[in-house]
Design a protein around this ligand. Structure first.
Ligand code: MGD
Ligand code: MGD
Ligand code: SF4
Ligand code: MO
Length: 777
């Protein structure tokens, strides 16, 4: 470990009461004023009218879907506007910056400051032994990448990270390049995010995606929102929830925290949202103990089965179960022994609350369950999500309008990236199709995921790390260990729009390759190109840049991939740096053509990826097209052809005496590692991030007080303590025994070894910590 994990001190921190409603005019004002300030009126107006519109650009923030019909003139939310403003700022990093700032000096700067420096506009290179980046030409930069990759003993000694903002077109070419090079080392942000959802859903229903479309939300009788804070992270989802409420639907929120957006919503598009109290959203709010969801779901399923026993033939959807599922009997036998006392201990709620949820479930013909990180970043995430599927299947809540499973994705194109092959373990079907289309032997062994990449960097088996977007060292768990590992790399390359921590913590040699953002017009040979993305309900549509690039000479992500590939593979071979004998098909992948005309990329995709057969036509349709998802038509592509009702051993997190279970989460003014401002309006925090939220009764029990400063210490057997220094305690209505602190700062506390069973996702939502008062504070 480093001696002192770095956190920024915030001398002006203010703590006020938390709020119980989200958005409204205040929200839009909060977004528009900084936008006007940073971008000016012309840029702001142009971008506001183009965001999420047909023929405009896709909001680069979250993966929430756009309405299929009836779009508003202004079709975005507060946090979408913050993301646009952050990217489309006219401020750029000047050439003098690199000479003025050593890497060592930049280590003291936080993500907020780094982002404030503006857009990256020229490629820069840090030679081995130097403490500074310096400008480098594009050609020299690509030549260097090619040389270093070809010099590797094996392509498996490089890892190629992707963050979920990357377009389908760039992602497809990137994985093509990586597989042509000869490795499946394609870790991505999904490994830290919804991997658990993909793993569970694929096992249970044969596909790792949502089984609902946009319009299903409005038609649901009941929506259960679990482990998700939509008011901040998917704000326009509140509009869909409000629409469902207006049709008489019910909502149950299951969360550790009373998040404002789950309780009440003031829709700025409707008069009531501007002047009134807004719409009450959650009919029932279940304040669950961290990690208690599996117990809750099993307990509800048991009540459903009991109801069936009491009135045989009337409760379960027998027709559906018989035709489309297997495993019911074993499930029933397993739940017969469910120990209610253990459930109550795991969830921290009462039997009556569980009854109420079960009654709501039984009363509804159409149920959707949505979830996000509160469920996926737990030790037992995969089994928990399988229990969601179990519950839904019991009453046939899949493959009918208004019903289904809906993991709500994070990054705006994280799902599309996976569809395009960004995954270290793509299925054989995809790899074979890629091989047939391009004619080179595609590697088959599984590659490295995010955690295994850090382990490879640490033990020296990964020497080159290349990242398409993202901020890997800040996003991955165990910051100190991960940073130390990254420093062992021979070369690190970051393809980015703005500065972040991953540019500062580098390998021996390092490159930053700046790219166009989604707001910007992408001209190739004078012809504007567009890209495409897939949202959380598998709808694919185009994204067209709206404003001129912030500086001349920036390349698109597609161009960067093409040139990197050309410089690496052009006539040269996959393994051991050997020359590929022509006509090796790898040497003839037409990278230059792809760079000039993105239709050519989509044409190749249409021959490799199912659902994209008419890509170039379909993507040009108004509002794009929907991918076929088998469970929506009650087809389950599991080995037996049936949806699996699974048996999962109940396990919950034990909390040792004097300890708390800490979750790491997002403030309202950040996008992952990007910090827009130091405020977290709904939770009452201003001008600072060095806080830890704890229940007042737990504070009292631990002999601590609101306002006091504490070191937050995480423990892992056999390892030295990990410490987040001097956080201000905030008495907060979280579930008892649970605490919360902001990600990415709190990543210093998450042990690399602490990962979800089956998905290897870092357990970012359940870190056992103790709080130690800071002397004199
Ligand atoms: N503005 C903005 N939008 C974003 C992002 C952003 O950073 N900013 N990030 C994007 C990305 S990549 C993602 S993945 C999503 C993340 O979207 P979320 O998953 O909503 O993000 P988190 O802030 O991690 O919030 C986790 C929620 O789960 C709850 N929770 C924690 N533990 C448990 C538990 O054990 N059980 C239950 N039931 N609840 C629990 C927390 O209290 C919190 O409300 O948002 C995306 N959208
Ligand atoms: N403790 C803890 N850790 C977590 C989480 C948590 O809840 N708790 N959440 C996890 C989750 S869900 C995720 S998804 C990961 C996120 O991990 P990442 O996706 O790696 O992180 P981001 O902060 O989204 O990446 C932001 C950077 O992307 C670059 N960027 C932005 N836009 C573009 C673009 O258009 N093109 C290019 N090339 N670059 C761009 C910018 O340089 C910016 O600094 O973090 C994970 N880590
Ligand atoms: S809900 Fe998500 S995608 Fe939609 S405008 Fe808001 S931030 Fe952007
Ligand atoms: Mo995410």
């Amino acid at each position: 470990m480093n001696d002192e994990p770095s956190t920024e001190p915030y001398p002006d921190l203010e703590v006020g009461p938390n709020e119980d409603s989200a958005v409204g005019v205040a929200g839009i004002m909060h977004a528009m004023l900084p936008a006007l300030d940073d971008m000016g009126i012309g840029r702001t107006a142009k971008l506001s009218l183009k965001i999420n519109q047909d023929g405009g650009f896709d909001c680069m923030s979250c993966a929430w879907a756009d309405p299929s019909e009836h779009r508003h003139t202004l079709e975005f939310c507060e946090n979408g506007m913050k993301a646009v403003t952050w990217e489309a700022t006219p401020v750029t990093v000047p050439t003098s910056f690199w000479a003025e700032h050593s890497l060592t000096s930049l280590l003291d700067k936080g993500e907020y400051w780094l982002g404030q420096q503006g857009r990256l506009v020229e490629p820069v290179y840090k030679p081995a032994g130097s403490d500074h980046y310096e400008p480098i030409s594009w050609d020299a930069a690509f030549a260097l990448v090619g040389e270093r990759l070809r010099a590797l003993e094996s392509p498996d000694r490089a890892a190629f990270y992707t963050s979920g903002r990357v377009s389908n077109e760039a992602a497809f070419l990137y994985q093509l390049f990586v597989r042509a090079l000869g490795t499946n080392n394609l870790p991505d942000c999904s490994n830290m995010c919804h991997e658990s959802s993909g793993t569970a859903l694929t096992a249970s229903i044969g596909v790792g995606k949502a089984t609902v479309v946009y319009d299903d939300f409005e038609q649901a009788d009941l929506i259960i929102v679990m482990g998700q804070n939509p008011g901040t992270n998917h704000p326009r989802m509140l509009g869909a929830l409000e629409a469902q409420k207006r049709r008489g639907g019910r909502i149950v929120a299951v969360n550790v925290l009373p998040e404002a957006g789950l309780i009440r919503y003031k829709n700025p598009q409707r008069p009531r949202g501007i002047v009134g109290k807004g719409t009450k959203l959650a009919d029932q709010f279940i304040q669950i103990r961290s990690g208690g969801d599996m117990a809750l779901l099993q307990a509800v399923s048991k009540r459903v089965l009991d109801a069936e026993d009491a009135a045989p033939g009337t409760v379960l959807d027998h027709e559906f179960l018989a035709a489309h599922t297997e495993g019911l009997d074993a499930f029933r036998a397993h739940l017969a022994d469910l120990d209610e006392a253990e459930v109550l201990l795991a969830t921290g709620i009462t039997s009556q609350e569980i009854d109420e949820l079960a009654d709501a479930y039984l009363a509804a013909d159409r149920v959707i369950v949505t979830w996000a990180m509160g469920l996926t970043q737990q030790k037992k995430s995969v089994d928990t999500i399988k229990e969601i599927v179990n519950l839904l299947l019991l009453r046939g809540n899949m493959g009918k309008p208004g019903a289904g499973a809906a993991p709500i994705r994070g990054h705006s194109n994280v799902q599309g990236d996976r569809t395009m092959g960004i995954w270290e373990q793509m299925p054989e079907r995809f790899l074979a199709a890629l091989e047939a289309e391009f004619g080179f032997p595609v590697p088959r062994g599984h590659g490295r995921d995010a955690i295994k990449t850090v382990q490879g960097l640490r033990d020296g088996s990964i020497e080159v790390f290349i990242a398409m977007a993202g901020n890997f060292v800040a996003a991955i768990s165990d910051t100190d260990a991960s940073e130390q590992a990254m420093r062992r790399a021979k070369l690190t390359v970051q393809v980015s729009t703005k500065l972040n921590r991953s540019h500062v913590v580098t390998g021996e040699e390092a490159l930053i390759l700046p790219v166009l953002g989604r707001t910007e017009i992408d001209l190739q040979g004078g012809v504007p190109q567009f890209v495409s993305v897939e949202d959380t309900v598998c709808s694919v549509h185009g994204s067209h840049g709206a404003i001129p690039p912030v500086a001349p000479g920036l390349l698109s992500e597609v161009a960067v991939v093409c040139r990197m590939a050309e410089a690496t593979l052009g006539g040269r071979g996959a393994s051991a740096g050997e020359r590929i004998e022509t006509p090796d098909p790898r040497a003839s992948i037409p990278w230059t053509d792809f760079e000039c005309d993105y239709d050519l990329i989509r044409e190749r995709i249409s021959r490799v990826v199912p659902g994209f057969e008419h890509y170039n036509d379909d993507v040009r349709r108004k509002n794009g097209f929907e991918l076929p998802i088998s469970p929506r038509v009650r087809r389950f592509d599991t080995p037996s052809g049936k949806a699996q009702i699974t048996v999962n051993e109940l396990e919950h997190l034990e909390r040792p005496a004097g300890r708390l279970i800490l979750q790491t989460l997002r403030s309202h003014d950040q996008f992952n590692t990007t910090i827009y401002s130091l405020n977290d309006r709904y939770r009452g925090i201003k001008k600072g991030r060095d806080v830890v939220f704890v229940h007042p009764d737990d504070l009292a029990e631990l002999g601590l007080a609101d306002g006091q400063r504490v070191d937050v210490v995480s423990e892992w057997p056999g390892q030295p303590d990990r410490v987040l220094r001097a956080q201000r305690l905030v008495a907060y209505p979280t579930a008892r025994g649970c605490a919360a602190a902001y990600y990415p700062e709190a990543n210093v506390l998450v042990p690399l070894e602490s990962a979800a069973d089956g998905s290897n996702t870092p357990v970012s939502k359940a870190v056992i910590v103790r709080l130690e008062p800071v002397a004199g504070a």
